[in-house]
Design a protein around this ligand. Sequence first.
Ligand code: 5AD
Ligand code: FES
Length: 347
Amino acid sequence: MKELIRKLSETHSLTIEEYEQLVANRTDENARLLRKLAVGVRRDFYGNDIYIRGLIEITNICRNDCYYCGIRRSNVNCDRYRLTRDEIIACADEGYALGFRTFVLQGGEDSYFSDEILGGIVSGIKASHPDCAVTLSMGERSHDSYAYLKACGADRYLLRHETADPVHYSRLHPPAMSYENRIQCLHDLRELGYQVGCGFMVGSPYQDLRNIARDLKFIEDFRPEMCGIGPFIPHKDTPFHDMPAGTLELTCYLLSIIRLIHPPVLLPATTALGTIDPLGREKGIMSGANVVMPNLSPVNVRKKYELYDGKICTGEESAQCRECLSERMRKIGYEIVVGRGDFKRAV
Ligand code: 5AD
Ligand code: FES
């Protein structure tokens, strides 16, 4: 394994078979070595800086029915909401005052957010905060829609590929959704000049080591500017309610590998990681992540944007979350910086 780890860290590339071996042969010793190398290359690009993104959960209304997700259309227990344009802008203004320079508008696939409405919100935020980046995480849309939103000022787009295996994809999603369309969207976004984020859940139902190896190869080939991975956590009102959650250990191991595959990648220590372990985000950073995404949504909707059970930070005000994370990062020797936190192309 030492040989494989050395090859990965020097060439940033392994075969699918090699990725599978590396993940299968997880030992504390291998994890330590990967972590050390990952933290080392991250330091070359980003020093001790941690970037923050203010997450604004703008709607939990969704036309899709992904089997793993708590806001899926079929969940009748989900208390639906949609923020108004003014509420969204107010969250961004509050975030700006707290030092955020990137806002992530995330939501279900809610047809209310037409190009005109969503685009108007993006251009509104950009007009009052021209020094900020706006990231969208609003699911699958058409090429024209992505083009329109880009023209309104959107800088980045997050769309997790969820799994790089079409068969596995079909076990996580209803027949109306397709792997092909998902990947098409990612290519459209890239071609339109967005900074693009893909990603997947660790320990999603039916995921095997070969699936994970394919995800890693996909990341190697696609070279996303951002990559979101976090443990799968079951939600009580979904078909996957009694499936086991992904683990902290495997998620951190994969964070280190992804950092080595693509050293400059913007890699968040996700809220899901903080949910399965009280120090999950800290451990993610210490494994090679360099981004955290505190919640800026109005407190009265936070509990309703429940993709999985037990999500953290649903009771805290934005300022509290920001403070809490600064303190958490400081304690492990890192510093949250005020800035857009753009992808660095070269050392
Ligand atoms: N557990 C963990 N992550 C989830 N997501 C959706 N449902 C869950 C869950 N039950 C992730 C998906 C999606 C992102 C917004 O949240 O990967 O792309
Ligand atoms: Fe939200 Fe700690 S990060 S309360």
